[in-house]
Design a protein around this ligand. Sequence first.
Ligand code: GDP
Ligand code: MG
Length: 247
Amino acid sequence: MIRNKKVVVVLPAYNAEKTLEATYSEIPKDIVDEIILVDDASSDKTADMAKSLGIKTIVHPENKGYGGNQKTCYREALKLGADIVIMLHPDYQYTPKLIPAMAYLIESGEFDAVLGSRILSGGALRGGMPFYKYLSNRILTFIQNILLGQKLSEYHTGYRAFRREILERLPLEENSDDFVFDNQMLSQIIFFGYKVGEISCPAKYFAEASSINFRRSIKYGLGVLLTAVKFALQKTGIINSPLFRKN
Ligand SMILES: Nc1nc2c(ncn2[C@@H]2O[C@H](COP(=O)(O)OP(=O)(O)O)[C@@H](O)[C@H]2O)c(=O)[nH]1
Ligand SMILES: [Mg+2]
């Protein structure tokens, strides 16, 4: 709770058995009221591990993908009456210690969404992000900033905080069930005029924290470009995509 606002952390999990405990142990329990893990039909013991740690655990009977996983995360967080929701990967890539910093930025009323940026202050390369991912991130971010009219340091972090209203208003069910979900969501947030803040965040790259290969990265990159183009076309009234229709 911060100033009577309920803080909920959601963990979209897929084969996170080895890293979940480390992630969980660093979540600041003094301000976090509830932790929800959605297990996307992992082949390891992610769900058992989560339950043994006392985390509220929901298991998808079938693999839905990273976006499908987040749809469940946000639905459940709203059901629990969350005012501030922080999405954190349970792969121990981002430090949970920054949850209060992100939550307080939302609580201040100045921001509706907050991103933990690995680009600000060089967290990505120092943490060992593969150079091709870094370069793609910079190029995609450059193009997105132009098409979306923003000045963000990156659009691709998996560490994000949201005000409740965002989760209620965005047409999240229209989004992809795959990795591009994140990017569609952020584009919707900007399209609807919500205020986005950023904080600098270190990130660690090791085998368990990074499974997306080159091919999936290419697919993601193309999805990102398509989303940015749709945004620009919608802004100018050339298309009317369900992606940008408010609930
Ligand atoms: N639901 C779901 N999540 C996945 C899948 N593959 C990866 N993830 C999750 O997506 C997030 C990002 O993937 P990750 O491999 O860490 O990407 P990277 O850190 O950007 O290289 C992690 O939290 C993974 O647990 C999948 O098939 N389904
Ligand atoms: Mg990762």
